[in-house]
Write a protein that binds this ligand. Structure first.
Ligand code: PRX
Length: 632
């Protein structure tokens, strides 16, 4: 079960093995798990359809691997320390044995509600232990979970429920976030007005807000758990059966449901977790992500539990009650591996060192970064003041679609270079392509980051629309998986991620499609048309700049219009997607063929006043002058 590589030389050997004989390499690793029946075919693949299967014919249940398998050896070991939002409130701990019992109880309860293998279950929940139980109960009975980040609006939630045709939603009455309480049950109630596939909702009593419970549909979590047996037979799943759907944004259209399957995802998340964080038995791991994002799925839930780790899960936010909260938690639980996002580091840096130095961070061994490029200043601060210059920073590059970490140092084994994600994990074969699809072999060249061979946790499809999966990821370059990112490789072969090369923007590590935000803006009664671009933002990495076309005769009431547009985005997507800047304009710069020249809008958002390159194809060049003059 110990899958940890112990030296850089061993990494190099393993890497070579994984390229020379990927099937043997992954087969050896997969064999360390518990299978009900062995697989017959390690890998089948083509990137044309695409069709990728790993461990085909194998039968398993992932929860037996992350719970039952541990009961004998570490049943009484803590699986999670739950740290509540309020610093002086009592936390909770749950051992592997207790977690197993809770998961079994909820599995039985869900079966009692008629949830069966293959049914989709939406989870819209805070960062509480019941959320972990809910996720694992789905996996235990073979239901496909679709977790929706609880910051998304009721409209966004309804879209995701309807796309997946979910039968059950698991939620809570509310959630605590810093000094705010949010009634998320109300959001669910609103969403369910347009979700006919939902038969029931299970509601955890988290904030005691006493919500209205719809008779026949809503049931309280604690009531439905009462008297349930603490064992539950785990459903037998094929390696390629769906484990979960997770919606993520792309360049066009509505967010798509990325599909991950049971066998490959299990093998890869466990392997990558143990190696990147160099996690040893007895260590305490803390990933600060939300369970609603892929980082939470892979490195709060599946990776650590598969490895039998003890983790921290935190309900609150980094700045409540003050900017020392993360460090106080690290001290309290003697966290050994800490994993967070650059946006959190940048925002905490601004609060000075007093709130850091108050706490004992000496247990830290590895500190990680994820979600967006980490700038040099943030990297250095993290390394100097959190890692105290003796913890490696693992800058982990990956995506919802990749399921697990793809490029990263492995704890303190690998060479490290600030702002560079570094080397590929064993089994990962990255390449940089030029605009014509040729592989770039020289160093220090920028190219499109693609992957040329499948790894076990690569996405299998986009739910209900395989064609979209093919078009977005496998059609830009024949026989390559296209990541949507640009990258550079240095003379030592280390990768540095430049950022997205498509119309996806990354705001505080959250991914949004510009088209998705435009769609939300265009529902506004004042908006005739809009264009959204990203711009560099000191804390968030990228900010959202929206150009909204309104009737010039209404321009004098700008504040009302802007507030109303903000509201449309909050309702359409959620507060997390609210533009940082909204500029009301009389028109958008378009080519004669009607295409918006986003390149110019991006430059204006970056503060550029002239030098827009070739503008000869513009329909109305004066418009650019107007937009520049009024830019924010
Ligand atoms: O642009 C890359 C950026 O985040 C994108 C993936 O977003 P998402 O699917 O939401 O997953 C985020 C968490 C894995 C990527 O295409 N990204 C992620 N990690 C890094 C990064 N950019 C630079 N460095 C990273 N370490």
């Amino acid at each position: 079960m110990n899958l940890r590589i112990a030296s850089y030389e061993e990494y190099q050997e393993k890497y070579q093995h994984s390229v020379n004989d990927p099937e043997e390499f992954w087969s050896d690793i997969a064999q360390t798990f518990l299978w009900k029946e062995p697989w017959t075919n390690t890998l089948n693949w083509n990137f044309t359809e695409p069709k990728i299967t790993w461990f085909d014919g194998g039968k398993l249940n992932i929860t037996e691997n992350l719970l039952d398998r541990h009961l004998e050896t570490r049943g009484d070991q803590v699986a999670f320390f739950w740290e509540p939002n309020e610093m002086d409130a009592d936390g909770k701990t749950i051992t592997y044995r207790e977690l197993h019992a809770e998961v079994c109880k909820l599995s039985n309860a869900m079966r009692g509600l008629g949830v069966e293998k293959g049914d989709r279950v939406c989870i819209y929940m805070p960062m509480i232990l019941e959320s972990i139980v809910a996720i694992l109960a789905c996996a235990r009975i073979g239901a496909v979970h679709s977790i929706v980040f609880a910051g998304f609006s009721s409209n966004a939630l309804a879209d995701r429920i309807n796309d997946a045709q979910a039968k059950l939603v698991i939620t809570s009455d509310g959630l605590n976030r810093g000094n705010k309480k949010v009634d998320i049950k109300t959001m669910v109630d609103e969403a369910l007005l347009s979700c006919p596939s939902i038969e029931h909702s299970i509601v955890v009593n988290c904030t005691h807000s006493n919500p209205e419970m719809k008779s026949g549909r809503d049931v309280w979590y604690n009531e439905i758990m009462e008297g349930q047996p603490t064992t539950c037979e785990a459903e037998t799943m094929d390696a390629e059966d769906l484990l979960f759907i997770l919606y993520t944004s792309g360049s066009t259209g509505k967010p798509k449901g990325v599909v991950h399957t049971c066998g490959g995802y299990m093998v890869y998340t466990s392997y990558s977790f143990q190696n990147v964080f160099q996690h040893e038995q007895g260590d305490v791991f803390w990933c600060t992500a939300d369970i609603g994002w892929i980082t939470g799925h892979s490195y709060i839930v599946y990776g650590p539990l598969l490895a039998g780790a003890t983790s921290v899960i935190f309900e609150g936010i980094p700045t409540y009650p003050d900017a020392g909260r993360f460090w106080q938690i690290c001290e309290k639980y003697k966290v050994n591996q800490f994993y967070t996002a650059p946006t959190a580091i940048r925002s905490l840096m601004g609060h000075g060192l007093e709130v850091v130095n108050k706490y004992d961070l000496s247990a830290l061994k590895v500190i990680g970064s994820v979600g967006e490029p980490i700038n040099e200043e943030a990297w250095q601060w993290y390394f100097d003041h959190i890692g105290k210059k003796n913890c490696p920073v693992v800058d982990t590059w990956w995506q919802t679609e990749t399921g697990g970490i793809m490029l990263s140092g492995l704890g303190n084994l690998s060479p490290m270079r600030a702002t560079h994600a570094g080397y590929p994990l064993p089994g990962i074969q990255p390449v940089l392509l030029d605009g014509d699809g040729n592989e770039i072999h020289e160093s220090e060249q920028e190219g499109y980051l693609c992957i040329k061979f499948p790894w076990p946790s690569i996405l299998r499809t986009t739910y209900g629309d395989h064609e979209r999966c093919k078009n977005v990821y496998f059609s830009n370059y024949d026989n390559y998986y296209f990541t949507g990112d640009g990258a550079k490789r240095d003379a030592n072969g280390m990768y540095r991620i430049i950022g997205r090369v498509d119309d996806v923007i990354n705001v505080s590590g959250h991914r949004f499609g510009t088209a998705e935000i435009e769609d939300a803006i265009n529902t506004n009664k004042y908006a005739i048309e809009s264009a959204v671009v990203g711009f560099p933002h000191d804390i968030k990495g990228q900010g959202i700049y929206a150009y909204v076309v309104v009737d010039p005769s209404k321009m004098d009431d700008q504040d009302t219009i802007i507030a109303s547009v903000m509201d449309s985005v909050s309702k359409g997507i959620g507060k997390i997607a609210k533009p940082d800047k909204i500029q009301l304009v009389s028109g958008l710069p378009k080519t004669r063929s009607g295409k918006i020249m986003r390149r110019i809008l991006r430059k204006i958002a970056e503060g550029e006043k002239s030098n827009f390159g070739d503008t000869s194809t513009l329909l109305d060049p004066d418009l650019v002058i107007e937009i520049v003059e009024n830019s924010i």
